[in-house]
Design a protein around this ligand. Structure first.
Ligand SMILES: NC(=O)c1ccc[n+]([C@@H]2O[C@H](COP(=O)([O-])OP(=O)(O)OC[C@H]3O[C@@H](n4cnc5c(N)ncnc54)[C@H](OP(=O)(O)O)[C@@H]3O)[C@@H](O)[C@H]2O)c1
Length: 248
């Protein structure tokens, strides 16, 4: 089976997962449930499930003919910046002592991250051909701006959330400031913008698939978070949307 047969299957799977996620909220964080089988530590679950993405792309890339080509190398560097934070920094900063997630959720996420790492790493390592003028191409420039803005929104919003709890606290408060003025889940919005930017910069079906998977995971999750906030906080800001300012 060829790379593109697998990739079309991967894209179709994201299109199936999206509506499923609208009905079944992945049980981790505030939605965690013990009815999904054996549980593991929330903190180490995050490390375990995100590390495959940090490792797969660079391992494939470093052993490929493209290793060191400048555009592909920059895309790899951006990927690693994101996943160094997500797999090693973010989990250690979370104030979730004593909280757990189902092992099954971590296993699903490992498959997701191995798939994305493989498709993007293989494309950049063995298939991508960027012309010398790609640095000035509107797709690359706009994609870079979106990637930077998305990462900025994601990191800033995650920071605001992580600062809500005092040491030892594990409960929830109404987040405020930054893009929380407009939406309940600006971290999710930022992540969707970030990988849409990456897809444009890389102008690849692998990048598109990752942006699609991110939206398929995070739009339903943001809607579930938003409903949860409204159920738990009677005075939750009325004009705040779930994930897209003024719209959704
Ligand atoms: N690319 C993808 O497909 C993908 C998929 C999933 C997640 N992600 C990214 O991974 C990151 C985490 O995702 P998530 O859905 O777990 O985010 P989240 O529910 O917003 O939680 C982020 C952190 O903040 C804490 N927190 C959230 N709301 C809080 C509140 N109101 N008061 C106090 N603490 C609060 C959470 O604690 P608890 O754990 O105790 O709730 C957790 O430690 C996000 O940046 C997201 O974009 C990406």
């Amino acid at each position: 089976m060829s790379y593109y047969h697998l990739l079309w299957g991967w894209i179709c799977l994201a299109l199936v997962i999206f509506p499923l996620n609208l009905f079944i909220t992945a049980p981790y964080g505030r939605h965690s449930k013990a009815s999904w089988g054996p549980m593991i530590s929330n903190r180490w679950g995050w490390v375990l499930m995100e590390l495959p993405a940090l490792l797969t792309f660079p391992l494939i890339f470093l052993y490929s003919p493209q290793a060191g080509r400048p555009v592909a190398a920059l895309l790899l560097a951006l990927w690693m910046l994101h996943y160094f934070n997500r797999s090693l920094v973010f989990p250690l900063r979370q104030k979730t002592r004593g909280k757990q997630m189902p092992l099954l959720i971590a296993l699903f996420a490992i498959v997701f991250n191995l798939g994305n790492g493989y498709f993007n790493g293989w494309y950049q390592g063995f298939m991508a051909q960027y012309p010398a003028q790609w640095w000035y191409d509107p797709r690359f420039v706009l994609g870079g701006l979106l990637f930077g803005a998305g990462m900025g929104i994601n990191w800033h919003s995650d920071n605001l959330l992580l600062r809500l709890r005092k040491p030892g606290e594990t409960g929830y408060k109404i987040p405020a400031g930054g893009m929380f003025r407009y939406v309940s889940c600006p971290n999710h919005l930022g992540e969707i913008i970030e990988w849409t930017g990456f897809a444009l910069m890389s102008w690849s079906w692998a990048g598109f698939a990752f942006a699609l998977w991110t939206a398929a995971n995070l739009i339903p999750r943001a809607l579930a978070h938003h409903r949860w906030y409204r159920q738990h906080f009677p005075h939750y800001p009325a004009g705040r949307r779930a994930v897209i300012p003024w719209l959704l």
